[in-house]
Design a protein around this ligand. Structure first.
Ligand SMILES: [Zn+2]
Length: 182
């Protein structure tokens, strides 16, 4: 398996957003990839997030198999709620869905010294609901990931300048060259 949870995949700045961003190109049916569709990758996420996520936690434990559907439900409710918030379409209904799935995620059990991924994701999402009214929550125009812009003047356009920013610049350059050549 060549897939790896690289630092780029933790560009969201909050665990709940990194979990939501385990779906790449969410609204592009032809190219959409769900990294959590593979349980091995889903389990590996917990360990990688413990090291690479912008939020710090106690050690994260992978979601146990029978609670995986719950983590996916929480991921989807998180994405719907915060994406709508960025687009100025927040609703009490979406918030209620998020709160219900978060509550279910908090009812699991963890080993001492560990916090279950779904519980940590719920805590992260709940924190975000009180933090994101200031225009810092954004959607990457290239990959559609959600991220928090913590730059001083809120000037961050991309989830990751080195990946999405450069990709868009390169395709613009390529288009210009093509136009110049034709
Ligand atoms: Zn991006």
């Amino acid at each position: 398996m060549s897939f790896a949870w690289t630092p780029h995949r933790f560009s969201g700045g909050a665990l709940a957003l990194d979990v939501a961003n385990s779906v790449v190109l969410r609204f592009d049916p032809a190219r959409r990839i769900d990294r959590f569709a593979d349980p091995v990758a889903m389990d590996a996420f917990a360990d990688a997030a413990s090291r690479l996520c912008g939020e710090t936690f106690e050690r994260l434990a992978p979601t146990v198999p029978d609670r995986r559907p719950l983590l996916i439900a929480l991921r989807e409710a998180t994405d719907r709620h915060f994406r709508a918030a960025v687009e100025g379409e927040a609703s009490d209904h979406l918030l209620a869905d998020l709160l219900e799935t978060a509550a279910a995620a908090l009812r699991g059990r963890s080993e001492p010294g560990f916090v279950a991924l779904e519980a940590a994701t719920a805590h992260s999402a709940l924190r975000l609901t009180t933090e994101t009214g200031d225009g810092r929550l954004k959607i990457c125009p290239n990959c559609q990931w959600l991220f928090i812009d913590r730059s001083r003047n809120r000037s961050r356009n991309w989830c990751d300048m080195a990946v999405c920013g450069n990709r868009v610049k390169a395709s613009r350059h390529y288009r210009r060259q093509k136009e110049a050549g034709s």
